[in-house]
Design a protein around this ligand. Structure first.
Ligand SMILES: [Zn+2]
Length: 493
């Protein structure tokens, strides 16, 4: 029985977003809980699909004594502010250092955080942790499938585990895998970690693990993890809108040194062979809506990947809304459009009222103008949503005031808060049965698939305006490492 400190600091940073992640953003709950401290962590996370939840359950079952310290996450956006990083890192480091007779540390990290002060703040957190605890303290982390891993970060850890699914259905399971590695490390085992970075970026819409090539590659990882001498075979597909030298996919194989190197080589070859299979082109907003309206049976889900708040999108671009109205879609709904002003105006007007609205495009993130049209306020809600899908089940989301507005056949759910509409509860809480709507536009890239893949007749991923580019060659990168291809199969430049 060992005393183990647990902490989490979770942010996926789109360095091309001008919206910073400040301390307030980490304090508020989003799609995952907000800043939670001490014993509250055991209560809040007990039943959730979050890495620390799985780690706590596994470590308790192994009869270790748990000391949860602090856990914080914020909706993906621009760099984490100095104040937010220093405050939360300080809470984590001081909390861990205060645990008496500490025998091990579990960290729930995302792996693609960038802060104003550090291109690799998670490495900075680990560096400070090692300064305080020394090189021999067992420290193990779980990481998101979208981690952008650096060699220094791998070296600072004793072991790691990463999600193998996107949508992230296995967050808690990954926490449990990391916990099992920590348990083995505490018992005296040491793991070599063979690390490889791949030479091309993969846009998020091509990373869904339910389809190839990602499905095949993760099957290879699972097979490799079961071989003699191997303790884990981990693949991160990376978070590409991050202008940092360590951006992109990577492989970590844990185990005996020779076996780990050999499996890492094999997975690296498989990733290189899969490169062209990750390349795919997307229709623009007008074409996506045309295709959806031509589809005989719905629901057709159009994924507005470039404005996905879960990848740092502002959630307020209107390319697809404009296309739905221009093509006079007979029955369509779009969620969520981040427009606090419109949501509040609708609440002042009341249900049934009709008024001229100027919807979206307020952030100025992309050169667009708001959609100006007459809308009926069909429904108002307080935005309290309890997620029901397999990825987020049990999380309570606060969308703020929401309003379902209608213009002819097109409905749009506007909200005060910026969140990814990845769970069907977002539509259901506004009285919409997603199965009954022929065309659904979601500001999401892949997470919506956890529920909508079964429910939808067809899914179209569209490239409508937004900060999360599907064609990564559109970003003005300055800090990528030499030789990294901006798109699968693209020439290096
Ligand atoms: Zn992710």
């Amino acid at each position: 029985m060992t005393r183990i400190a647990l902490a989490g600091f979770f942010h996926e940073t789109n360095t091309f977003s001008p919206q910073p992640a400040d301390l307030d953003a980490f304090r508020r709950p989003a799609t995952l809980p907000g800043l939670t401290v001490g014993d509250d962590i055991s209560r809040v996370f007990a039943e959730l699909n979050v890495p620390i939840s799985g780690a706590m359950r596994a470590l308790s079952a192994m009869e270790h004594t748990l000391h949860p310290v602090a856990w914080a996450s914020a909706v993906p956006c621009g760099a984490v502010t100095r104040e937010a990083f220093e405050t939360i890192a300080g809470m984590i480091l001081d909390g861990i250092a205060a645990v008496p007779d500490l025998g091990g540390v579990y960290l729930d990290l995302h792996g693609a955080m960038v802060s104003e002060a550090y291109p690799d703040p998670e490495q900075e957190l680990l560096r400070r942790l090692r300064v305080r605890l020394g090189p021999d303290m067992p420290v193990v982390a779980s990481l998101d499938l979208h981690a952008n891993l650096s060699a220094a970060r791998v070296a600072a850890l004793d072991a790691l585990a990463m999600f193998r699914t996107y949508p992230h259905l296995d967050m808690a399971e990954t926490g449990a895998r990391a916990a099992a590695l920590l348990h083995r490390r505490i018992a005296g085992e040491r793991f070599a970690m063979a690390f490889r970075q791949l030479p091309y970026l993969i846009p998020l819409h091509a990373q869904a693990t339910g389809v190839n090539p990602a499905a095949f590659l993760y099957a290879l990882c699972a097979a490799a993890a079961g071989r003699p001498g191997i303790a884990g075979a981990e693949l991160a597909l990376g978070f590409p809108p991050a202008d940092v030298p360590h951006a992109g996919p990577s492989i970590v194989v844990l185990g005996d040194p020779a076996a780990a190197e050999q499996e890492a080589d094999a997975l690296q070859r498989a990733m290189l062979e899969a490169e062209d299979a990750f390349a795919r082109s997307l229709p623009d907003a007008e074409e996506a809506v045309r295709q959806a309206l031509r589809t005989p049976r719905g629901p057709v889900v159009i994924a507005d990947t470039q404005d996905n708040p879960g990848a740092g999108g502002t959630g307020d671009t209107v390319g697809l809304l404009r296309a739905l109205i221009a093509q006079d879609a007979p029955d369509a709904v779009l969620a969520l459009l981040h427009d606090p002003e419109a949501a509040r105006l609708a609440h002042r007007l009341g249900e049934g009222a009709e008024a001229d609205f100027r919807l979206g495009a307020h952030s100025g993130a992309v050169p667009e103008i708001p959609v100006e049209a007459r809308f009926t306020v069909e429904r108002l809600t307080d935005g309290r949503v309890v997620a029901v899908g397999p990825m987020y089940r049990g999380n309570t989301w606060a969308l703020g005031a929401t309003a379902l507005l209608r213009h002819r056949g097109v409905r749009v759910l506007v909200s005060e808060r910026r969140l990814q509409a990845a769970d069907t509860a977002v539509l259901r809480h506004a009285g919409i049965d997603p199965k009954a709507v022929p065309v659904i536009v979601l500001k999401s890239t892949v997470h919506f698939r956890a529920e909508y893949e079964v429910l939808a007749e067809r899914i179209i991923v569209a490239a409508s305006p937004g900060l999360h580019l599907a064609d990564l060659r559109g970003y003005a990168y300055r800090h990528l490492r030499p030789g990294l291809r901006r798109m699968p199969g693209a020439p290096t430049f």
